[in-house]
Design a protein around this ligand. Sequence first.
Ligand SMILES: NC(=O)c1ccc[n+]([C@@H]2O[C@H](COP(=O)([O-])OP(=O)(O)OC[C@H]3O[C@@H](n4cnc5c(N)ncnc54)[C@H](O)[C@@H]3O)[C@@H](O)[C@H]2O)c1
Ligand SMILES: [Zn+2]
Length: 366
Amino acid sequence: MREITVNYNGAPCYDILLDDSYSELAARIDQLGFSGRRIAIITDSNVGPLYAEAVASSLARISSEVLICTIPAGESNKTLAEIERLYAALIEAHFDRHDLLIALGGGVVGDMTGFCAATYLRGVSFVQLPTTLLAQADSSIGGKTGVDFSGYKNMVGAFYMPRLVYMNFSVLKTLPAREFSSGFAEIMKHGLIKDQSFYMWLVDHLYEINDRDPAVLAEMLQKSCEIKRAVVEADPKERGERALLNFGHTIGHAVEKAKNFELLHGECVALGCVAAAYISARRKMIGDDEYYEIRDMFVPFGLPISVEDVNPMDIVRLVHSDKKADRNSIRFILLEKLGHAVIRTDVTDEEISAAVEEILWREDGE
Ligand SMILES: NC(=O)c1ccc[n+]([C@@H]2O[C@H](COP(=O)([O-])OP(=O)(O)OC[C@H]3O[C@@H](n4cnc5c(N)ncnc54)[C@H](O)[C@@H]3O)[C@@H](O)[C@H]2O)c1
Ligand SMILES: [Zn+2]
């Protein structure tokens, strides 16, 4: 078992545990003081049938009552309407402020459970059991919670810290290949923005990662979680440096919207990373050879580097309508070198549109 402690405002706040089973889960929840309390496992309709019963039975020995609440799977259910259904189930089961919510699922379940925990009775405790690569490497850490609203992603939410993040990487075995690759995009991003040697390590372990070799996954997740931990500890509420995690996301989110959410989040992040690296190369912040290397390394990990049927001007418009766009200036993340990202507010519409042209799929395969 590997363990990382995340600080919040300078004091230890919660632990991240990396394990190959849930065998220590009940003991850790007990240590947090939830013995004899009610526990609600919030999961989705894909993950629930696979893992909820096993998690529930392991907790039954310490809890007075274990409830399983299932959300229909998919981003389209990341809504206030589903949160209301959760509140209703908790009220019906007489959940009080000392009881515990557990998120068992990917980023959708984690964000929703966290938001439910932040708001139910003005705040109850919650634990993250992330089951996708994206949730393990990224979304379960850092306390961003929320739901989508009126077509806008994560428009309503709260910063609210979990009490524990317990990742069992053996559950990744059942994750569909496309979801695995999508999560991997965020891991590549961590290397690109903060740690060149980690990036090189990922490239060197291509085959083991694609084979989901447990020892290599454990090593990879530990390193990736450490990078995310360091960034969120330095800037928990995204006043500055945390924005570096948005590398690839400015154009990525716009592509996600322009393609009507047909592509997975990580696939759009890969496209956005390529576009941002291209802008960095045009500005001579990185060399052309580095740009091509960054671009081409997404391919063997099953990620796209070009996209069909998007209009560069639509992307420019969507970039400006993103909630993170600060009036007229966009906080854009570029690479000063491989492993070192910086925030820039002077990226022009022309640069964005040229970067989108660059990632447009062309018949000649360029
Ligand atoms: N809070 C944050 O800091 C943060 C960061 C990044 C992304 N996010 C959010 O995360 C969400 C995306 O998360 P995601 O990619 O995990 O998507 P997801 O939660 O929709 O999971 C992807 C799919 O995999 C299925 N699944 C999950 N675990 C499985 C397993 N072990 N075996 C088989 N199937 C499994 C799910 O049912 C779903 O169909 C987005 O809503 C995004 O906004 C949040
Ligand atoms: Zn992301």
